[in-house]
Design a protein around this ligand. Structure first.
Ligand SMILES: Cc1cc2nc3c(=O)[nH]c(=O)nc-3n(C[C@H](O)[C@H](O)[C@H](O)COP(=O)(O)O)c2cc1C
Length: 198
């Protein structure tokens, strides 16, 4: 399988980087072809140019992101919870890469207010998040907005019905043993979502 990993964290020493790295290693060990896009490392530009919005063809970097999501049999997203949202660089990636004609389309017999059809062929998406809020408080006080964003607004909209999300918390104050156990969980989750091809 071809698996796309998208990481949005500015620091190479972060736990998010460790999550993405463990996912990459596990998926490669299963024989998958992994494409790893580290958005900060490649300085992905999250700001959509006006000409792109009105239909200009993508530049080569954006075209390579289009190809990555189109070809992916599975997608893994890794990012911290920043104000209940992904870091802005990843929001820009959603805006610019998961665009009409790439990730979804409106059928010929409906207008742009109709129900779109998803175009992504990925059989599953896995989202790993980190935060410093205990899960019960995240759900009770903030409503866990990342759950709605990734499951409903993004992946189901784009035709990916199997969405697996794991929020690791709290990172602040976590022990080396806890982080090791979380990384083992990362490996188990991606291995179950994307088993070795027959
Ligand atoms: C700009 C910013 C906004 C943040 N917003 C939240 C938040 O809304 N909820 C939360 O639990 N943690 C928040 N945090 C804490 C991060 O989620 C936390 O530092 C991160 O998940 C730790 O993982 P890391 O070691 O890979 O950076 C925020 C951190 C930053 C820098």
């Amino acid at each position: 399988m071809r698996i796309l990993i998208v990481l949005a964290h500015p620091w190479q020493g972060s736990f998010n980087r460790a999550i993405a790295g463990r996912a990459e290693e596990a998926l490669q060990a299963l024989g998958h072809r992994v494409s790893f896009r580290d958005l900060y490392a490649e300085r992905f530009d999250p700001a959509m140019p006006a000409e792109e919005l009105i239909g200009a063809p993508p530049d080569p970097v954006l075209a390579s992101h289009f190809e990555g999501v189109r070809e992916a049999d599975g997608i893994v997203i890794v990012h911290p919870n920043w104000w209940g949202q992904p870091p802005a660089i990843l929001k820009g990636w959603i805006d610019r890469v998961l665009r009409q004609g790439v990730a979804y389309e409106f059928p010929a017999d409906c207008d742009a207010a109709g129900i779109p059809v998803g175009l992504l062929k990925a059989r599953a998406a896995v989202i790993f998040n980190t935060s410093n809020t205990p899960l019960e408080r995240e759900q009770a006080v903030f409503g866990d907005p990342l759950e709605l964003l990734w499951r409903n607004c993004v992946f189901q909209f784009c035709g990916v019905d199997t969405v697996i999300r794991r929020m690791f918390s709290t990172i602040a104050g976590s022990t080396a043993q806890e982080r090791a156990a979380w990384l083992a969980e990362v490996e188990a989750i991606v291995s179950a979502a994307f088993p070795k091809s027959a």
